[in-house]
Design a protein. Sequence first.
Lengths: 327, 327
Amino acid sequence: MLAFILRRLAQAVLVMLAVGLIAFSLFRFVGDPVLFMLGQDSTPDDRERITRLLGLDQPFYVQYAKFVGRAVQGEFGLSLRQVQPVSKLFVERLPATLELSFVAATLALVAGLTMGVYTALRRNSWLTQFLLAVSLLGVSLPTFLIGILLILVFAVLLGWLPSFGRGETVAIGWWSTGFLTWSGIKALILPSITLGLFQMTLIQRLVRAEMLEVLRTDYIKFARARGLTDRAVHFGHALKNTMVPVITITGLQLGAIIAFAIITETVFQWPGMGLLFIQAVDFADVPVMAAYLCLIALFFVVINLVVDLLYYAVDPRLRIDRAIATH
Amino acid sequence: MSAAPLLEVKDLRVEFPTRRGTLVAVDGISFSIAPGEVLGVVGESGAGKSLTGMAIIGLLEPPGRIAAGEIRLEGERIDHLPADRMRRIRGRRIGAIFQDPLTSLNPLYTVGEQLVETILTHLEVGHDEARRRALRLLAEVGIPAPEARIDQYPHQFSGGMRQRVVIALALCAEPRLIVADEPTTALDVSIQAQIITLLKHLAREHGTAVMLITHDMGVIAETADRVAVMYAGRLAELGPVREVLQRPRHPYTVGLMGSIPKLGAVKRHARLVQIDGAMPRLNAIPAGCAFNPRCPQRFARCTAERPEPLQVGDTRTACWLYADGPR
């Protein structure tokens, strides 16, 4: 078990180094930041001074090593556009994105699981047919369209919910939360539905398919033959067996939720990392882009690690320290 | 044999409605099982043996349904009971064992958890008492060191050991009848005999009746008190096992016996007798006797009129050869 964790951690470090290299090479290939900062009519002296100030005159590998060393400490240099430390910008924006992703993921998981189980157990009810039809829409409509439609209905026509921003936030240390004010919670509703809808329908369809598969197995038949209650058979025996593939997909989707928050944040002008990234792209603000890339990769790596550990918790067959089957 | 049968099946008919018409998979079967008796049910695959068993434990898979006839357990009708009352009978009064022990146990729960769950479902005992019972059962079905193995998962057991666990699960609420559907087919030949001996021993010890469904005449000869031979969803012959094996009357049973290799056969190079042709498909059962196209002793009446089981000596045989008394 420990060996497994260490092995996975080593792999994670390798992945992060590779991502770091890609992020770092952005500096060299996305335009000339010096020219961009100073404009066309700057003097060569000015350019040289800024180049040296930013450490852009050193050889490639030295720059990369320094970059990695600083990145490990969460230091990605100054934003070229806002002339502020990138880490500070991200600390400001991180809570917004994480809160949005958290609500969206919870919504997707809870609603997706419930609807998936329901549609598998009540295969012929009208509600099942309805949910399946809706889920098809959820899977096929693009996120920005759903966001705009929600804004149109709930913000413009009905006027119930705000169409942009986070509402009022409360600062707890450096973390600014929208959970503690009424306007903050109201502001979360539309963006989290927009962000979570695709994942929700995906989880629903996955859970349904897996559950139907499991319900056909011999051990479910045998569980029924033992006279267990429907509840025990469905939720004790069938659902637990559905969880392994569901955990995999859900884990990966959680990473995707954080990454794809870009679109939702743009639609709702949500002051999170995604919006920061989009603005950085407009300005070729390379340190911000590089930091964003590394951070998202880190999320994916951590989530994958957690998913692998969860398998072990759910499925005894995967535990390494298993005894050898004996006659 | 005592007067009151434990299980009585009368004119049972199992149908599968399909788009192209109704398939009759079990057609007018009648038999009974006395308390403590072992009834063997033999026939080719598709003869309706398993469906008869599933109908008795109330687990026919839709669209399959009991279309006619009755099933009585200790005098009480149990076909068409409400789902919840039937569930209370399954496991409590009728246990079941299925073909494949490798897939009959839920891989995510320990053997002990599955036993305790079943015991708690049916008996009014506390958790500690249930666990003590589970340990006793495991010892009884011949699992060495039950204290160590009760907390292991099914994948830590070999096939034969798993089938022992399945038998323990079927026995754990002391049912009066066990429906064993091909309990040894999936096992190694060397393990088969052990399991059959165990099943026979436990049935005698607990006074449990067994409906032993198999296509293995050897198993029947060794275990059963009486045997029912099924063909194309109908009963061909039913009688004491010795009688049926030594003096088969129905031409199909005769053919079945002839196709079993015997050690020390009279002639060294005697060929095995085979029955020409194949069992008819359910949508193409011929008029009259279902066996008539393959029967070497067919005559006019066989293609015109369906034979009802006739008492011939100790056995009942559905064959027109015996219409005018035993030959």
